[in-house]
Design a protein around this ligand. Structure first.
Ligand code: NAD
Length: 361
């Protein structure tokens, strides 16, 4: 099967880190016989500069025609004063909406070699490997009615609506259960069912989906407790599934347990497993063009793409192992460097991963 991948580097370090991810894709093509076809497109500030829009029509078409999208990062000082409708970030939001990417997968993985990078004690976080599945297109961020109105007594009041239909809950539930099946088969659904009727329904629907997944152990946790448990004993979790807003907050909290923004990949999936894969960090204009950016989050996004869109679990694991092997050798970009380690630049790090991939073949 040909894997058609739209490659959208974007802005700032997006261009540099994506070049390293492409090296990995080339290696998989030439060394592992995967039938990979890539085509590049402009997005974000780069799209605006060339076509006057952060999501040019040809880029959207490229993304729609592809089986998966690899995205670098968008944004930068140069475009900060633009009208909000054409800011680089709109390119990203446009892709999520147009491709109907409703499931956001945010792993928080802390390689034992980097345990010192976390602000938590190494024994609490070393070897952490959890996945947060966040609903991305519904809930309180999109619910109607919303706004600010004037009350009868003349005061202004702000209001938003938390709303989820059964089918929305079921489809994110199924994504999370499927992922749990590919991991340790433990799923924790996070809600606030003691206070919010909407998440009482969430809990009920999760229970009914669970009947189709007898091998997965489903548990429930209130979001306030989940926040506490994430910092107290994060290794208790395998997969967590939650609403848009709870997931927004908990996934950032989980990411920071690892302490290294340059290491974390992410995926956003549609109902058919098509996905957009990207590092969680931004375009880092402060270090752009200096060969300093850590490309590992983007390379690990390639691994996620192979696992979740193309079902190539073995190849995905090989990429993750190659990253582990590079860290074992003490090779570090500056953001994860510590005493006694060998500091390298973006391109050298990409080369080291490719070499480790070839060595382990
Ligand atoms: P950022 O993630 O770009 O950078 C935060 C800090 O982390 C910076 O000091 C940066 O140098 C460092 N950093 C980030 N990625 C790194 C990497 N791979 N290797 C080494 N260091 C890394 O966040 P920011 O500074 O708040 O935003 C910069 C721009 O990126 C803004 O225009 C913002 O809108 C945009 N942004 C884009 C995305 C995205 O494309 N998904 C996400 C967040 C921010």
């Amino acid at each position: 099967m040909t894997m058609k991948i739209a490659v959208l580097p974007g802005d700032g370090i997006g261009v540099e880190i994506m070049a390293e991810a492409v090296k990995v894709l080339d290696c998989l093509h030439s060394g592992f016989g995967l039938d990979i076809e890539t085509e590049q497109g402009l997005v974000g500030g780069a799209g605006y500069d060339t076509h006057g829009k952060p999501l040019p029509d040809e880029t959207l078409q490229l993304a729609k025609d592809a089986d998966a999208v690899m995205l670098g990062a968008v944004g930068g000082y140069k475009w900060e004063s633009l009208d909000i409708a054409v800011r680089p970030e709109k390119g990203l939001l446009g892709l999520r909406a147009e491709l109907e990417l409703f499931a956001n997968l945010r792993p928080a993985i802390l390689y034992p070699q980097l345990a010192g990078a976390s602000t938590l004690k190494p024994e609490v976080v070393s070897g952490l490997d959890l996945m947060i599945v966040r609903e991305l297109t519904g809930g309180i961020y999109f619910g109607q009615p919303r706004g600010v109105r004037i009350r009868d007594d003349g005061q202004r009041e702000g209001f938003n609506t938390l709303v989820y239909s059964e089918s929305e809950i079921e489809r994110i539930g199924r994504v999370a259960f499927d992922i749990a099946m590919k991991r340790d088969r433990r799923l924790c659904s996070v809600d606030k069912a003691n206070v919010l009727e909407c998440t009482e329904l969430w809990r009920e629907v999760m229970e009914s989906v669970a009947k189709d997944y007898p091998d997965v152990e489903l548990s429930h946790m209130y979001v306030d407790n989940a926040a506490m448990q994430l910092v107290r004993a994060p290794k208790q979790f395998d997969v967590m599934v939650t609403t848009n807003m709870f997931g927004d907050i908990l996934s950032d909290c989980a990411a920071m347990l690892t302490g290294s923004i340059g290491m974390l990949p992410s995926a956003s999936l549609d109902a058919n497993g098509k996905g957009m894969y990207e590092p969680i960090h931004g375009s880092a204009p402060d270090i752009a063009g200096q060969n300093k950016a850590n490309p590992l989050a983007t390379i690990l996004s390639v691994a996620m793409m192979l696992r979740y869109t193309f079902d190539e679990t073995d190849v995905a694991q090989r990429i993750e192992n190659a990253v582990g092997a590079v860290l074992d050798k003490g090779i570090r970009t500056v953001d994860i460097w510590s005493e006694g380690m060998q500091e390298v630049g973006t391109t050298e790090m990409g080369d080291a991963v490719v070499a480790a991939l070839r060595e382990a073949k």
